[in-house]
Design a protein around this ligand. Structure first.
Ligand SMILES: Cc1cc2nc3c(=O)[nH]c(=O)nc-3n(C[C@H](O)[C@H](O)[C@H](O)COP(=O)(O)OP(=O)(O)OC[C@H]3O[C@@H](n4cnc5c(N)ncnc54)[C@H](O)[C@@H]3O)c2cc1C
Length: 441
């Protein structure tokens, strides 16, 4: 008796659905909302024990709640069309962003005319403009993200502003290895800032602007649980079934569609939409040709602090040439202090540092050297997340497209940040991408 028939024999009757959605992150929730509104019987399956995917938080006994990364949302997000009840759970915030530049100064994010350009002094300003001129004339051919950034702001400013170093820190590989298409999408702002015509347009627009059109919102103080419980309630009231902490063992084709084997039950569906990492889906359908797609491992450090902070902004990006940390977010600016202490999370891309201990030591050394925190800095906890986001090295997009096509030929529609190996910076983009993917036959 093979594993499959043995497994089936000890299971209760197969539960029937029209659509099986793999993954209960933003993409899975939106997919479930669309399919159920179309009148389908939907089941959402996730190996995680919670809904919200990589929107994960961690609370300490002292009353601090931290996240692995995601935090800020908008009140005009299309996600709210599917789940309007989320809105009342968000906390309105007014975030401010800053950047530690290679000169050790906290300045404007993403680039400061005063500090990065004028601060270079007369000779430096001449070098900046000479290098932009050189790039615009002689570096028109672009093969990677560095070429793209250099064309727009010149090699000198790319180095002086720390943007080149930040790109390496963010993507986990050097700018020369980063896919050009991604650079065009992700770093469009560079072209917008550096183009004279756009600068003029922005100035005119700014004069006419009447203030921000949307409100920035943070997740509830106590974490994502209450937020996504509201989405689950809505979906369950429409008949959607959730299977969490479910080990997805095997997916195979059946007479009427597909059968998914979990640990102690089996689900059948006519359609399978996957939002889990591509390699997880490939493993499930026994696709021997596992793709070699690389992903970022994100180390998040959770600190509390009492003392003098060397910056007023809530979010600081590390553009300096040293230190492994990428970004820090001060939660106490949004939710208030806990027992008189501020608290914040620090994101570190695993690479030069691998363990939370190494990341902490590196962070402490670097912020101390740059005067960011002076006082009692205490590590409350940490989290290491694999598959945090895709590494967009050259050729990765084609590899992903081939893997997605293989899954498609098996019958799995693989979409979302993980399933589509897609650059999705916000829940807004994830929502729109899923809406588009499902609407496209
Ligand atoms: C560091 C960071 C910060 C972000 N900040 C914001 C923000 O402030 N605001 C905002 O709107 N968006 C933010 N985003 C983007 C937002 O989180 C995504 O757009 C959205 O979560 C994607 O949802 P998804 O369902 O496609 O994928 P995910 O939630 O990534 O994953 C879907 C499912 O895949 C499976 N899965 C994921 N990882 C693994 C794994 N390692 N092993 C096995 N299975 C796995 C799980 O079943 C999970 O439920 C951030 C993303 C990151 C990585």
């Amino acid at each position: 008796m093979d594993e499959l028939s043995h497994h089936s024999s000890r299971m209760s009757a197969v539960q029937q659905f029209d659509v099986i959605v793999l993954g209960a992150g933003i993409s899975g929730l939106v997919a479930a909302s669309i399919f159920s509104a179309q009148g389908n019987r939907v089941v959402v399956v996730d190996e995680y024990d919670h809904v919200g995917g990589n929107h994960m938080d961690w609370s300490s006994d002292e009353g601090y709640t931290f996240d692995v990364g995601s935090l800020i949302f908008q009140d005009d997000s299309p996600l709210l069309r599917h789940f309007p009840e989320l809105l009342e759970h968000y906390v309105p915030i007014k975030p401010t962003w800053g950047r530690l530049n290679p000169q050790g100064k906290i300045t404007v994010y993403p680039i400061s005319i005063r500090d990065d350009i004028l601060g270079a002094g007369p000779i430096g300003v001449i070098r900046i403009f000479a290098s932009v001129l050189y790039a615009r004339i002689f570096c028109r051919h672009m093969a990677n993200a560095r070429d793209f950034a250099r064309y727009w702001i010149g090699a000198y400013l790319l180095h002086r502003s720390g943007l080149g170093t930040y790109m390496r820190r963010f993507y986990g590989i050097s700018a020369e290895e980063i896919d050009l298409d991604l650079a065009r999408k992700r770093m469009l702002w560079i072209a917008e800032y550096a183009s004279l015509i756009n600068l003029m347009r922005r100035l005119v627009k700014r004069k006419r602007a009447t203030g921000p059109k949307n409100r920035q919102m943070a997740r509830p103080k106590e974490g994502f649980g209450a937020l996504y419980a509201a989405a689950v309630s809505r979906l369950e009231s429409c008949g959607v079934v959730f299977k969490l902490s479910a080990e997805m063992r095997q997916l195979h084709k059946s007479e009427d569609g597909y059968e998914l084997l979990l640990n102690d039950e089996s689900l059948a569906g006519g359609r399978v939409v996957s939002t889990v990492p591509i390699n997880v889906a490939e493993r499930m359908c026994g696709n021997g040709q596992a793709s070699a797609l690389k992903t970022i491992t994100l180390i998040t450090l959770y600190f509390s602090f009492a003392g003098e902070r060397g910056f007023p902004q809530s979010i600081i990006y590390n553009f300096s040439h040293d230190g492994s940390w990428k970004r820090l977010t001060v939660y106490s600016d949004f939710y208030g202090r806990v027992v008189e202490r501020e608290y914040f999370a620090v994101e570190v891309i695993a690479g030069a540092v691998v363990t939370a201990e190494e990341a902490e030591a590196d962070f402490r050394y670097h912020v101390c050297a740059n005067g960011l925190f002076s006082g009692d800095l205490k590590l409350e906890g940490s989290h290491i997340l694999s598959n945090a986001y895709p590494i967009y090295s050259k050729g990765a997009a084609q590899n992903a497209a081939q893997a997605i096509a293989r899954l498609k030929s098996f019958g799995i529609e693989s979409i979302g940040r993980q399933g589509g190996f897609n650059y999705q910076p916000t829940a807004r983009v994830s929502t729109i991408d899923v809406e588009t993917a499902i609407a496209t036959p």
